[in-house]
Design a protein. Structure first.
Length: 579
C-alpha cells in the first residue's frame, strides 16, 4: 500500500502534493467510500444497548418486560427504514445524513438526560421507547444514504464484499464507541456512554454531508485486477486487511482492559491507536486515485465516457424490456406478474413477490433470535452467576464477532457466487441460521461454566453475517432501481422477529420466572428485586428461539431452490455492459 520513493520519488511526491490531485481525491468515489466507512463505524449505537440496559432497570424502575419493550422499539427504529428509502428515491444522500444526525442527537440526548436525572420526572416506558426509537431510527437514514451511494458508485461486481465491508465497520462501531468513551469520560458510568452516542455519530455524519453522493464514474469497475478479479476487488481486499487489523486491535484492547487496570493516560493512548487505524484507509484511497490518474493520462482514448452510476439501473432497464413496465393489462395484473430475477422490480411487485416473503420470514426468525440474545446478554450473564467484569467483556466482544460475521459472510458468499458452480447466496443464509441454533442452545443449557462465552461468539457472528447477505440478495434479485426502499422493507423483518422472540417470549418468561422465585409477584419500583437468577430464567426462551431459527433455515431453503438457476449465470454482466 506504500508508494515507492526511489530516484523518481520526488516526482511522485510533487504530483501528490498538488491542489489538483487533492481535489481529485476528495471528489472521488474512493474518498466517498472512506467517508462511508467512518460514518458506518460510528452508526451502531444500537449494539451498545446491552451495556446501558441495566441502568434502565435499576435506575428507572423498569421490569424485564419493560426493558425488552424498550429494546424492541430500539430494534424497530434501527430497522424500520422504508421512509428513509423513499426519501432516498427523491433526495440526495446529504439530506438523509443530515436527518439522521438530527434524529440521533435529539433521541439519545433525551435518553441521557433521563438516565442522568436531569429531567423533572422520570419518563414512563412509552416515552423512553419513543426516545430510543427516534435515536435508533437515525441509523436507517445514515446507513441508507451511505450504502446506496456506495452500491451505485461500485455497481460492477463484488457487491457482497462491498456490503460486508460497510456492515463490518458498523458491526465494530459499538466497540469503537466504547473505547472512545473510556478515553473521553474514563468509564464507570453508562450514562456518559449514552451522551457520547448522542453527539459523536451526529458530528461524523455532519462532517461528510458534501462527500457522500453518487459520483460520475471515471473508470470501469470491471477492469481486470490481480488474480482474475476486478480492479475494485483488489482495493476491497486492501480495505479488508485494514478492517481486520482494526478488529484485532479492538479485540486485544478489550481483553487487556478486562485483565489489567488502565489509567486515563492508558485509555487515551489506546484511543490514539484506534484513530490511526480508522484513518489508515486513506492510504488506500490515495494509492488508488494516483493509479487511476496515471492510467487515465496514459490511455485517454481507452477511458470510458463519463456516466453517473445512478444511470446504470436506468440504462439497464431501457436495454432490457422485461424490466420496463408493461403497458397492457391493469395495474393489479402487472403487480402480480413480476419481471425475472435480477431485473428492476417496482415496490408493489417486490412486496407481493414470493421471494421477498420467504426472505422476510427467514430474516425475522434469524435476526429476531440473535437480537434477543444480544439485547439480553447482560441479564443472561447475571442470571447465570457470571461476575460483572466477565459480563461486560463478552457484551463488548459481541461487537468483534458481529464484525467477523459481516465481513466473512460478505466475502465468502461472493466467492461462492462467483465460483464455477454458482452457489446461490441464500444458501449462506440457511447455513448461518443453522449455526445460530447452536448458540441459542448453549444459552438455554446455561452450564457448564464458560459456555456463555462460546454462545456470545456464535450469536454475534450469526447476527452480523445475516445483514450483508440480506442486502446483497435484495439488490441481486430485485434490481437497483428501488434498492433503497426494498432493502429497508426487507430489514423490517428484524424488529418483527425481535418483538415476537424478545418481548413476547424472552421478556415474558423471564418475568414469570422472577415472579415465581419471589412467591408469585414482582415488587414495584427499581432495584435488584426484579432480577431472576438461574438457568430457568432464559432456558425455555432460547429453546423456543432455537426452534424458530431452525424453522427459518428450512424456509430459506425454498429460496435457494427458486434462485439456483439465476445464480448459475453471471449476475453482474448487465452492469459491466453499461458501466
Amino acid at each position: 500500500m506504500a508508494f515507492a520513493f526511489d530516484a523518481a520519488g520526488s516526482g511522485v511526491a510533487a504530483q501528490l502534493l498538488t491542489v489538483r490531485f487533492f481535489r481529485q481525491v476528495v471528489s472521488g468515489r474512493w474518498f466517498m467510500l472512506f467517508a462511508c466507512l467512518l460514518i458506518m463505524s460510528s452508526s451502531g449505537a444500537t449494539y451498545a444497548f446491552g451495556i446501558y440496559s441495566r441502568e434502565l432497570r435499576s435506575g428507572m424502575g423498569y421490569d424485564q418486560r419493560a426493558v425488552a419493550t424498550v429494546a424492541f422499539f430500539k430494534d424497530l427504529g434501527a430497522n424500520l427504514g422504508v421512509h428513509a428509502g423513499l426519501l432516498n428515491e427523491a433526495a440526495p444522500p446529504w439530506l438523509l445524513l443530515a436527518a439522521g444526525a438530527a434524529m440521533n442527537l435529539a433521541g439519545y440526548l433525551m435518553v441521557y438526560l433521563s438516565l442522568a436525572g436531569r429531567v423533572t420526572h422520570p419518563p414512563p416506558v412509552w416515552l423512553m421507547c419513543a426516545y430510543v426509537c427516534a435515536g435508533a431510527n437515525s441509523q436507517t437514514f445514515v446507513a441508507t444514504g451511505a450504502m446506496v451511494a456506495c452500491v451505485r458508485n461500485f455497481p460492477g461486481g463484488s457487491r457482497g464484499a462491498l456490503l460486508g465491508l460497510l456492515k463490518g465497520y458498523a458491526g465494530l462501531s459499538s466497540a469503537i464507541l466504547a473505547q472512545l468513551y473510556l478515553a473521553i469520560y474514563g468509564g464507570g458510568d453508562a450514562t456518559s456512554l449514552v451522551l457520547l452516542i448522542a453527539w459523536l455519530p451526529a458530528a461524523v455524519s455532519a462532517a461528510f454531508l458534501a462527500t457522500v453522493r453518487v459520483i460520475p464514474s471515471r473508470w470501469r469497475s470491471s477492469s481486470p485486477g490481480r488474480g482474475g478479479g476486478t480492479r475494485d476487488d483488489d482495493v476491497f481486499i486492501c480495505l479488508l486487511y485494514v478492517s481486520v487489523a482494526l478488529a484485532a486491535y479492538l479485540l486485544v484492547m478489550i481483553v487487556a482492559q478486562k485483565q489489567t487496570i488502565f489509567s486515563r493516560t492508558g485509555y487515551a493512548a489506546s484511543a490514539a491507536g484506534l484513530l490511526l487505524l480508522l484513518v489508515l484507509p486513506l492510504a488506500v484511497v490515495f494509492r488508488q486515485e494516483y493509479r487511476e490518474k496515471n492510467e487515465l493520462e496514459e490511455e485517454p482514448l481507452l477511458a470510458p465516457p463519463p456516466t453517473t452510476a445512478v444511470t446504470v439501473a436506468d440504462k439497464t432497464a431501457a436495454a432490457l424490456p422485461t424490466a420496463s413496465p408493461r403497458h397492457g393489462g391493469s395495474w393489479l395484473s402487472r403487480t402480480f406478474s413480476p419481471p425475472a430475477h435480477g431485473e428492476d422490480y417496482t415496490i408493489p411487485q417486490a412486496l407481493v413477490s414470493v421471494d421477498m416473503l420467504i426472505l422476510f420470514a427467514a430474516v425475522a426468525c434469524g435476526t429476531g433470535g440473535t437480537l434477543a440474545a444480544i439485547d439480553n446478554m447482560g441479564q443472561i450473564g447475571q442470571s447465570l452467576g457470571y461476575p460483572p467484569k466477565s459480563v461486560d467483556a463478552f457484551v463488548s466482544l459481541i461487537s468483534i464477532w458481529n464484525y467477523a460475521g459481516r465481513v466473512a459472510a460478505g466475502y465468502a458468499s461472493e466467492a461462492l457466487v462467483s465460483s464455477r458452480r454458482g452457489v446461490p447466496r441464500p444458501a449462506m443464509i440457511t447455513a448461518v441460521l443453522l449455526l445460530s441454533c447452536a448458540g441459542h442452545l448453549l444459552i438455554a443449557a446455561g452450564a457448564p461454566w464458560g459456555t456463555l462465552y462460546a454462545a456470545s461468539v456464535l450469536v454475534g457472528f450469526c447476527f452480523g453475517a445475516q445483514w450483508p447477505l440480506l442486502f446483497a440478495v435484495v439488490s441481486e434479485l430485485f434490481g437497483l432501481r428501488r434498492y433503497a426502499t426494498l432493502c429497508n422493507i426487507a430489514a423490517a423483518a428484524s424488529p418483527v422477529g425481535s418483538y415476537l422472540l424478545n418481548v413476547l417470549v424472552a421478556g415474558r418468561l423471564y418475568d414469570a420466572e422472577a415472579a415465581r422465585q419471589r412467591g408469585g409477584a414482582l415488587p414495584a419500583g427499581g432495584g435488584d428485586d426484579k432480577t431472576c437468577m438461574g438457568v430457568d430464567c432464559f432456558g425455555r426462551s432460547f429453546l423456543i428461539i432455537a426452534a424458530a431459527a431452525a424453522a427459518g433455515a428450512a424456509v430459506s431453503l425454498v429460496l435457494v431452490w427458486r434462485t439456483r438457476g439465476f445464480y448459475r449465470g453471471d449476475i453482474y454482466a448487465k452492469f459491466r455492459d453499461v458501466t
